[in-house]
Design a protein. Structure first.
Length: 326
């Protein structure tokens, strides 16, 4: 049934591209794996509204949320094949196209939210946006996907030793897999949509994500402990295919870039509240115990992977620049 639904949406996407009410209107398709009411999806909708208003609807963008166009990796393939024009993609998936993105999946790279925004809003971010031009797409802006922490069903995680013997869902990223291994856990890559059932059925003992996974993802109905070790803060990026970008005239490009930056500002405003609301709801309404473990033992466990990645000169240069920007 899911494949049939996806196929129907995909056909609607084709129809969206094919039909134009006004001659000269540029119609673009945007793919996103998140639900329509997720703060990041709301920021994408903010972007779309601004672009359409400021271009007098000469650029029209339709958002296809809830992974109806496929997983992030599948959407990336469609971006390269010009079947999708714009998407929100995690850096953990972009590292498969350019290894420089793997730096953003390293644990404890950013010491704070301010550090994160200062780095990606400046020259470092601009340089990253052009890293995938040879792969057929470029970056427009970034979004904070929140600090990721461990949450578990039966055993609180206060130190890395508490992860021993625990099957922990991770994103399908080499860095994330190695990180959990070094902390003593058993990494289990799964799609986000499979986490709830896997927790219910005991396929995994826990996962790691930002606090909204407990509430918007309803994982707090199954798990009992959330440890704010905040091991990673992996950015999402809004990307656009080179072909779609080349369709825009100079004024339209300027509007799209400005709207993208404004979407990031809007997202930051609503994201902080969403995180705090999620923690309160998870604790007060779902019965999840929230803890604040000492981060030092976790950092000590993963230092080898940081040094390993810094053997790559390009990654070393980027990591050095990020750390120097604290």
């Amino acid at each position: 049934m899911k494949k049939l639904v996806v196929s129907a949406i995909a056909l609607a996407a084709v129809a969206f591209s094919a039909v134009s009410a006004n001659a000269g209107t540029i119609r673009l398709k945007m793919g996103d794996a998140l639900a329509e009411d997720h703060p990041t999806s709301l920021a994408l909708q903010h972007f779309i509204k601004e672009v359409e208003e400021k271009t007098n609807k000469s650029v029209r963008i339709k958002l296809f949320p809830n992974a109806v166009l496929g997983s992030e990796r599948e959407v990336l393939e469609q971006i390269q094949n010009d079947a999708v024009d714009i998407a929100r993609i995690s850096a953990s998936n972009l590292e498969n196209f350019n290894s420089i993105y793997s730096a953003f999946t390293l644990p404890y790279l950013f010491e704070s939210e301010d550090h994160f925004y200062n780095v990606l809003s400046g020259p470092i971010g601009e340089k990253i946006y052009g890293a995938t031009l040879d792969s057929g797409f470029r970056g427009l802006t970034f979004f904070d996907s929140g600090a990721r922490s461990f949450y578990t069903k039966d055993k609180a995680v206060n130190t890395p030793d508490d992860l021993k013997g625990q099957k922990v869902r991770v994103i399908n990223s080499h860095t994330s897999i190695r990180m959990v291994e070094m902390m003593g856990g058993t990494p289990t890559p799964l799609a986000y949509g499979e986490i709830y059932t896997a927790l219910q059925q005991g396929v995994i003992d826990g996962a790691e994500n930002n606090p909204t996974a407990l509430t918007l993802g309803r994982h707090g109905e199954v798990v009992k402990y959330y440890a704010l070790d905040e091991h990673t803060r992996i950015p999402d990026f809004m990307i656009i295919s080179n072909k779609a970008w080349d369709k825009l005239d100079d004024n339209q490009k300027k509007i799209v870039k400005e709207a993208a930056r404004n979407a990031t500002k809007y997202h930051r405003e609503i994201w902080g509240k969403a995180i705090q609301d999620a923690l309160v709801e998870a604790h007060d309404k779902m019965g999840v115990t929230i803890s604040h473990p000492d981060k030092a033992p976790f950092l000590a466990k993963v230092m080898p992977i940081i040094e390993e990645y810094r053997q790559d000169p390009a990654i070393d240069e980027l990591v050095g620049a990020i750390l120097n920007a604290k």
